[in-house]
Design a binder for this molecule. Structure first.
Ligand code: SF4
Length: 355
């Protein structure tokens, strides 16, 4: 991939099959091998987004999505495949999560797969929604990792699993190269054309994202969409409504497994960064119970209610939910709340696992 200019390889993963497969797709890119204690000194030279770091996973491959009890969380599981992203969305929370800008890929992840499969088999009465898009864009490096097809084929036999690959990219060639799986959901984050141009710089346009989604639908996949982050600015709601018109003019509602909505939220570490980089973020924010900043509640509710109402015009049955919102906001938007996160998870699963 031409966007990768250097490869750093931790010697602990130098001989792993996955490392060798990736290198076979990155011929002519300079490689530096290193031992763990020397990593910090290499960072001075190579710590930028066009460096690919192949290293070992520390911790679990499958883990719970980090939520908090004070917000409604849906029981999502994260497959921790790597970290960081080649895009530079102004609001990206990863800027505050990781101490490096390099594209991190865990080249030993195949060794963790048997324990993940064992976990699924040992819990065959449980339902799992598993995604790779929490700490990276699920498909941003797919042309060199081919991880999408590996994971789709891995989870294909499990009727108790939905695998969600969440992206803003157009990297769908690998998805189209295999038979679609009934339990793979390809998800795009959507925003207004103005926000894509201004604060998701370098990402594909709305039209191109929807065209890519149409191709995977035509190939047989289910899709999902995330209105996240919803950014509030003058006339934004009519622009979000236009996005929904475009979405349903392109994608049949019965191919959409779920839609999420989440207004902008950010950590204290990103606050100054935001204010310096985009006047669109100058607004009134409140620091919430999870220490993240959000728009004032009534403004979030107004935005969600408007977008939900438009979605319902086209897709009354598509499961639509709020990401990391309070029970009070749920009540105002949907007229009900989940009394705890287990109930939310069970409700979500009951809706989307109907086949
Ligand atoms: S596409 Fe997602 S992961 Fe990548 S920079 Fe934008 S918000 Fe961050």
């Amino acid at each position: 991939m031409s966007l990768i200019k250097h490869i750093l390889i931790n010697n602990t993963v130098a001989d792993k099959p996955y490392t060798l497969q990736i290198l076979s797709r990155l011929k002519h890119v300079p490689i530096v091998f290193f031992d763990e204690p020397n990593f910090q000194s290499l960072k001075n030279t190579y710590d930028y987004e066009h460096t690919l770091l192949l290293t070992n996973l520390k911790g679990e491959l499958l883990k719970d999505c980090p939520g908090t009890q004070c917000y409604s969380c849906c029981g999502y599981k994260i497959l921790n495949i790597g970290a960081n992203c080649l895009y530079k969305c102004t609001y990206c929370i990863l800027q505050d999560y990781f101490k490096t800008k390099m594209q991190i890929v865990y080249a030993d992840l195949e060794e963790y797969i048997p324990s993940v499969l064992e976990q699924l088999r040992n819990n065959s009465n449980s339902l799992f929604r598993i995604g790779t898009g929490e700490f990276t864009d699920s498909l941003i490096l797919d042309d060199i990792t081919h991880l999408s097809t590996l994971l789709i084929d891995l989870f294909r036999p499990f009727q108790t699993v939905f695998l969600e690959l969440k992206t803003k990219t157009l990297c769908i060639d690998n998805l189209l190269s295999i038979k679609a799986s009934d339990n793979a959901v390809i998800a795009w984050s959507l925003n207004t054309p103005r926000m894509i141009k201004d604060i998701e710089k370098g990402t594909p346009s709305l039209e191109k994202r929807l065209a890519a989604a149409k191709k995977v639908v035509d190939h047989g996949y289910h899709v999902a969409f995330h209105f996240d982050p919803i950014i509030l600015y003058p006339n934004c709601l009519s622009e979000y409504e236009n996005v929904i018109d475009m979405l349903f003019a392109t994608i049949p509602a019965d191919k959409i497994k779920w839609i999420s909505m989440g207004t902008l939220r950010f950590t204290k570490g990103l606050k100054n960064n935001f204010y310096q980089r985009s006047p669109l973020f100058i607004d009134e924010f409140i620091q919430c119970n999870d220490n993240k900043f959000r728009y004032l509640r009534h403004r979030r509710v107004e935005a969600y209610a408007c977008i939900l109402s438009k979605i319902r015009e086209y897709a009354p049955l598509v499961y639509t939910y709020l990401c990391m919102e309070s029970p009070a906001v749920w009540t105002e938007v949907f007229g009900y709340k989940h009394n705890d996160n287990v109930i939310f998870e069970n409700d979500f699963n009951a809706q989307v696992f109907k086949r």
